[in-house]
Design a protein around this ligand. Sequence first.
Ligand SMILES: Cc1cc2nc3c(=O)[nH]c(=O)nc-3n(C[C@H](O)[C@H](O)[C@H](O)COP(=O)(O)OP(=O)(O)OC[C@H]3O[C@@H](n4cnc5c(N)ncnc54)[C@H](O)[C@@H]3O)c2cc1C
Length: 386
Amino acid sequence: MKHPDAIVIGAGIVGASCAERLSADGQRVLVLEAEVVGSGATAAGMGHVVVMDDNEAEFALTRYARQLWLECAHQLPAAAEWEPVGTLWVAADDEELDAARGKCAFYRSQGCRADLLSAQDLYRAEPKLRPGLAGGLLVHDDAVTYPPPVAAWLLERARNRGAEVRTGVRVQALEGGTLRLMNGDSLQAGLVVVAAGAASLRLIPGLPLQPRKGHLAITDRAPGFVHHQLVELGYLKSAHGSALESVAFNVQPRATGQLLIGSSRQFGQTGAEIHHALLSRMLQRAIDYLPGLADLSILRTWTGFRAATPDKLPLIGPAPDREQVWLATGHEGLGITTSLATGQILADLVAGRTPGIDPTPYAPARFLSAEDERSSIPEAADVHFH
Ligand SMILES: Cc1cc2nc3c(=O)[nH]c(=O)nc-3n(C[C@H](O)[C@H](O)[C@H](O)COP(=O)(O)OP(=O)(O)OC[C@H]3O[C@@H](n4cnc5c(N)ncnc54)[C@H](O)[C@@H]3O)c2cc1C
């Protein structure tokens, strides 16, 4: 494509969603991807589509995004392994059950289907959980998916509207609306969308982003071992801590019968290697909740990088001080969930339409004079999820 209207840098699930929505508005879109479609965090992530309520803006975005997922779920290809399993937040003690009660009331007040589970209900739903837990919160319309085929499906829709996707093409530098590629070529467009995940920082130095490393492990097949995405509520207790490194119980049943086990979080790490001590802690945390996991084999372990912002909200909208450049990055541990909403909000803003939710909390301009906030990212380290 010689003269694209828009160039999207990155074909992870967020870039794919932006390309899909922009092409739906009639834009001639060119997508440039350094590796393959759906690599980066999209390949590394857990694929839990979840409504979260740490703050109002996160809730608004995840709820809107989940609604968009539910609207297109029936069109997703089989490879997307869409499974509407719901999220079961596990309460270890009465304090956590109280937190679950509060969450339940909030979700219901906002029209989200949720039920508080007694200990008896919890074991009926998930018999393999360890004895002695207090109960839980079941959020019904959350789901799990395998993100890379979703990115491919979104880009296929964009291609059907004339978009072009070039893989193996790395953007080396960004100067206004001009992109310099690794092979020396230059490209231009009136609109450039930076959707390069944690690597966006290399294209726009100074972005309020930090890579936040995560480990995952997948077991051999154990169909029916668990039935919901299981997550501990315990992270609430340490929500205001300052650890640079943490783990939480987070187990997902895959369509293949395998179990995906998370999660860990580390700041200050840039290498993809496995951190064995942290992985052991993460697995031990999972075994503490599901003792039977100890009898399964781990087939594979890997790491990935979330793009973390200081306030845990993504950057969606025009880049401050850079004409023609828009951002769609900084989705931390919720970028699979919020991908579809990101594409829609970005396209709405580009077209001058009013987005389905207030976009202000995600506007990159909120960090215009936020040097001090940037340095405070680790303060949020214990606010823990995927
Ligand atoms: C361990 C882990 C578990 C997670 N679990 C969940 C979960 O359960 N639910 C959830 O909602 N989210 C989860 N996430 C977060 C989610 O995976 C990410 O937020 C999401 O994938 C971000 O997508 P993206 O498209 O912005 O970035 P990426 O998927 O990283 O895609 C960026 C793309 O840009 C390309 N790129 C980079 N630089 C350049 C360049 N210079 N030129 C061209 N191309 C470039 C990369 O190759 C890559 O393909 C998890 C993340 C991790 C690490």
